[in-house]
Design a protein around this ligand. Structure first.
Ligand SMILES: [Zn+2]
Length: 281
């Protein structure tokens, strides 16, 4: 089911201009068997990468493709070859097959890009920013399901540049203003703890005790959701659906240009790590 040549779906015109067509399929060669195995375990791998049991790794495929620098389908020999190179670089068996051990390395790379996580590993909990550093979202930036209305001013500026670019590059994002709206941003620690206690929706005490949203740099961005689930439902069906949307896929490929990094388990949660790399003031 691999594509003969990868099509850069959702890629920016700039990257489409500069990237060479990538050959993903091979009828023979060392990665055909690995590709077949990936085509199966993409849906069938039984594992628990973030604690709860999951089936398959389709939800994480866009982030993995981005990390490997490939647009090849996850079930193609071209993808398996890139994965084998990654595995070699990280002292893993170069099977070209996705597995829990390889994912642990990807997850570690992604988590290390989040200063908030590094602080938590050091046993710290970042302080909220001074109120003067916060600014209000505009009405058009607030999602109907919003929980909060403020974020750090510099983060909002980066967000605005990102959304303008996304809507210019992907017609679907321009036509549906709800996409990329913010449903949670700065959350005052005490209010967050009270909300967790009230709703019983704390995702464990850890989130109640110290959420990334206290920093004013975390944004929950609407990328679409599966009917019948909440905009921040961590149900595997909902997260798998989100991972396929145009909004999420554009974010995976482009958000870092604006200083945002993902949290792989929550397709809507992005943290600004600035300074922005890819937009001129
Ligand atoms: Zn969040």
């Amino acid at each position: 089911m691999g594509l003969g040549v990868a099509v850069a779906v959702g890629a920016s015109p700039a990257s489409a201009r500069t990237s060479q067509a990538e050959v993903c399929d091979a009828d023979a060669g060392p990665y055909v068997a690995a590709a077949q195995a990936n085509g199966i375990n993409l849906y069938a791998l039984e594992w628990a990468p973030f604690g709860p049991a999951e089936m398959g790794w389709e939800t994480y495929a866009p982030l993995i493709q981005k990390e490997l620098g490939t647009h090849c389908d996850p079930s193609s020999p071209g993808f398996a070859e890139k994965l084998a190179v990654f595995q070699t670089l990280h002292n893993l068996p170069a099977t070209g097959q996705m597995d829990a051990g390889t994912f642990t390395v990807f997850r570690g790379l992604w988590q290390e890009r989040r200063p908030f996580i590094l602080a938590r590993i050091r046993g710290e909990c970042p302080s909220p920013p001074p109120i003067a550093e916060l600014a209000y979202l505009t009405a058009g930036e607030e999602h109907a399901e919003r929980m909060t209305r403020m974020a750090r001013r510099d983060v909002l500026e980066a967000y605005r540049a990102m959304v303008a670019t996304a809507r210019a590059e992907v017609p679907e994002l321009a036509q549906q203003p709800e996409l990329l709206q913010i449903f949670s941003s700065f959350r005052e620690p005490e209010a967050d703890a009270a909300r967790c206690a009230r709703d019983g929706n704390c995702d464990g005490v850890r989130r109640a005790a110290c959420s990334a949203h206290r920093t004013g740099t975390a944004l929950d961005i609407y990328v679409g959701h599966l009917l019948g689930y909440g905009v921040d439902s961590t149900h595997t069906h909902n997260r798998r659906y989100m991972s396929q949307t145009a909004a999420y896929r554009w974010m995976v490929r482009n958000a870092e240009r604006f200083g945002f990094v993902p949290y792989a388990f929550e397709p809507w949660h992005w943290e600004w790590v600035g300074p922005p790399q890819g937009y001129a003031q």
